[in-house]
Design a protein around this ligand. Structure first.
Ligand code: KDG
Ligand code: MG
Length: 402
């Protein structure tokens, strides 16, 4: 079964998505997500110019060999653009293998290790009072875990706080808008929010918070310590993660669990974090970390070191990525938690899918393959629109991490 065609489809049903559709000589096709928020066309070009021509004529059943061909074979390894392109190919080939076998992909990965995939939703609002009401909406829907973000008094805009309820889209303008940041205001405020949340919702609702790389290790240690009474499931991205040993300092000071990895592309980005047990959850995802094949490798390394999965699942990862993540989540032994930000109805119509939410869990489709498709006619109705993530500055104008 040879690859006879591969199409790169760019569409913008409320936000941009890049999808690779690989078609085989037997007529079976597979889909893979290649979306890289704010850099969509770079991945589309990498695929069309460099990857698709090399795929034509290859044996579609050789998933591992194709992965090695695209990773080792390229002199310029790694990086988000390359690894998103590799991921799209890998995901589409797993979809094809499942369809040919007549099995959902999780069966090819070893079968189910649990009944459903526990997910967390995003409660975000300008004030603590508003965020409490948003958390209540999630609890009402059956969610067992909620990520909590609020505005910070004294700052005009804060990452993670959108205009809509139950929805947040950070890529909000063609060119980056600017957010303002003050670590002092932030560190004072966050523990007061979680004190109110625990008071209102009791001790067992799982709570998470995303710092979005904005602190130094010693500041993150202070935050982790101040949140200890509220028993968070995790404190996410406390510091930028290029310096993996930086996490040691945080670890020495706090028992608040640490999650990191939504910007990781390969196992090398988290090797030390995992092997030295400096984190508790690795948040790498199918689309940005080389597909199902490579993410499985990361999760297997993590399993040896008491680290669990916590895959990124924001709205800028398409339903194709979400479907792939769910198959992996269901099969691996060290699943932790899956992020689930709901897509808009327009996105859902472009990507018909069989996964569904019930009582706090997501369940992958039982259809052969990934159980997700792209409706190309529907996709063609939404041409690409440039959209960028914001940048972040301190109050004196200094560029800061985001
Ligand atoms: O593209 C960036 C978003 O996916 C990111 O801002 C969302 O931090 C995020 C999260 O945890 O979902
Ligand atoms: Mg995050």
């Amino acid at each position: 079964m040879k690859i006879v065609d591969a199409r790169v489809i760019v569409t913008c049903p409320d936000r941009n998505f890049v999808t690779l559709k690989i078609i085989t000589s037997s007529g079976v096709y597979g889909v893979g997500d290649a979306t890289l928020n704010g850099r969509e066309l770079s991945v589309a070009a990498y695929l069309s110019e460099h990857v698709v021509p090399a795929l034509i004529g290859r044996d579609a059943s050789r998933i591992e060999d194709t992965w090695q061909y695209l990773y080792r074979g390229a002199y310029w390894r790694r990086g988000p653009v390359t690894m998103s392109a590799v991921a799209a190919v890998d995901t589409a080939l797993w979809d094809i293998k499942g369809k040919v076998a007549g099995l959902p992909v999780y069966q090819l990965l070893g079968g189910r290790s649990r009944e459903g995939v526990t997910v967390y939703g995003h409660a975000n609002a300008a004030s603590t009072d508003e965020v409490l009401s948003e958390i209540a909406d999630y609890v009402e829907l059956g969610y067992k875990a909620v990520r909590v973000q609020t505005g910070v008094p004294g700052l005009e805009s804060t990452y993670g706080v959108g205009k809509d309820r139950m929805f947040y889209e950070p890529a909000d303008a063609a060119l980056p808008t600017e957010n303002a940041w003050s670590t002092a205001h932030y560190l004072e405020h966050v523990p007061t929010v979680f004190a109110r949340v625990r008071e209102e919702f009791g001790p067992t609702l799982r709570l998470l918070h995303d710092v979005h790389h904005r602190l130094t290790p010693i500041e993150a240690a202070r935050l982790g310590k101040s949140l200890e009474p509220y028993h968070l499931t995790w404190m996410e991205d406390p510091v930028p993660a290029e310096l993996q040993e930086g996490f040691r300092l945080i670890r020495q000071h706090t028992t608040t669990p640490i999650a990191v990895g939504e910007v990781f592309n390969t196992i090398w980005d988290c090797r030390q974090l995992i092997t030295e047990q400096l984190i508790d959850y690795v948040r790498a995802t199918v689309v940005h970390a080389g597909g199902i094949t490579h993410l499985r490798r990361i999760f297997d390394l993590a399993a040896l070191h008491h680290v669990r999965s916590g895959s990124h699942g924001a709205t800028d990862l398409s339903p194709v990525c979400m479907a792939a993540a769910l198959h992996l989540d269901l099969a691996i032994p060290n699943f932790g938690l899956q992020e689930y930000m709901r897509h808009t109805p327009a996105t859902d119509a472009v990507f018909p899918h069989g996964y569904h939410f019930a009582d706090g869990y997501l369940h992958p489709s039982e259809e052969p393959g990934l159980g997700v498709d792209i409706d190309e006619e529907e996709a063609a109705r939404y041409p690409y629109r440039p959209a960028s993530l914001p940048v972040n500055r301190l109050q004196d104008g200094t560029m800061h991490d985001w």
